[in-house]
Design a binder for this molecule. Structure first.
Ligand code: PGA
Length: 263
């Protein structure tokens, strides 16, 4: 099953970076290269700054482009408003005009205790508030080496399947396959291995939803300008979730152009 008609996504995950002055420069650099380019018609583009910068980045982008999405890196397990110190709910993100959120990044799963139950609750809250979700999955090196990668990744997709309707798969959920051994390590899955996993995810999705051919599946893990074209050429790779290389406007925009040109 191919999904080559899906409009690709390239999303920069800035993680806990950078300081304010560099953030302003980074956004200005991205706008310089993308706001007048055809790439934004061919590719969804998003950036995920630290929570403190969501609104300033949104405002800076809006001066030149309403097409670049601002993506929250996380949201609360708690919904609505209330006495939950330190938390930001799906509704409060939506209220502030932030329409996209990452859920399930391996750094949240591994370092901050985001269990399957927590992730499901976050997903349910985000869906109910009308947010678009980039749901991250991926195996460890040990799991890959012991031949469990397909099963582990499919289980992570199945974990959320009972919370997502066909319409929500069509309109609100994007999957990002990020092998943990490739994140921030400079090691990328080969385009063949990534394509094989993406095809496996799409095949598994087809059992879970009639919308499987419409779900964008992004690849993440040391995506850079040098490997973007080969990844973008794979039929089931519908975009990239980019960490390190998204902190530089030139390399991020080169990746956007590679995906925009390929589809
Ligand atoms: P990386 O990070 O591109 O630096 O490997 C990707 C991610 O964690 O989303």
């Amino acid at each position: 099953m191919s999904a080559s008609t899906i409009k690709p996504w390239v999303v920069g995950n800035w993680k806990m970076n950078p300081v304010q002055a560099e953030t302003t420069q980074l956004v200005a650099g991205i706008l310089d290269q993308l706001s007048a380019s055809d790439a934004l018609a061919a590719c969804h583009v998003g950036v995920a700054p630290i929570a403190l910068s969501l609104m300033t980045v949104k405002q800076q982008l809006a001066e030149k482009s309403h097409e670049i999405a601002v993506v929250a890196q996380d949201l609360s397990v708690k919904a609505g408003t209330g006495a939950f110190t330190g938390e930001v709910s799906a509704e409060l993100l939506k209220d502030a005009g932030i329409d996209h959120v990452l859920i399930g990044h391996s750094e949240r799963r591994e370092m901050f205790g985001d269990s399957v139950e927590v992730l499901k609750q976050k997903l349910v809250n985000a869906l109910a508030a009308g947010l678009k979700i980039i749901y991250c999955v991926g195996e460890t090196l040990a799991q890959r080496e012991s031949g469990q990668a397909n099963d582990v990744v499919m289980q992570q997709v199945k974990d959320i399947a009972d919370c997502v309707s066909d319409l929500q798969w069509q309109q609100q959920v994007v999957i990002a396959y990020e092998p943990i051994w490739a994140i921030g390590t400079g090691k990328t899955a080969s385009p063949e291995d990534a394509q094989a996993m993406h095809a496996n995810i799409r095949q598994g999705l087809s059992v879970l939803t009639s919308a499987a051919s419409q779900v964008a599946i992004l690849y993440g893990g040391s995506v850079k300008p040098e490997n973007a074209e080969a990844l973008a050429a794979c039929p089931d790779i519908n975009g990239a979730l980019v960490g390190g290389a998204s902190l530089n406007a030139d390399s991020f925009c080169a990746i956007v152009h590679a995906f925009a040109a390929s589809k």
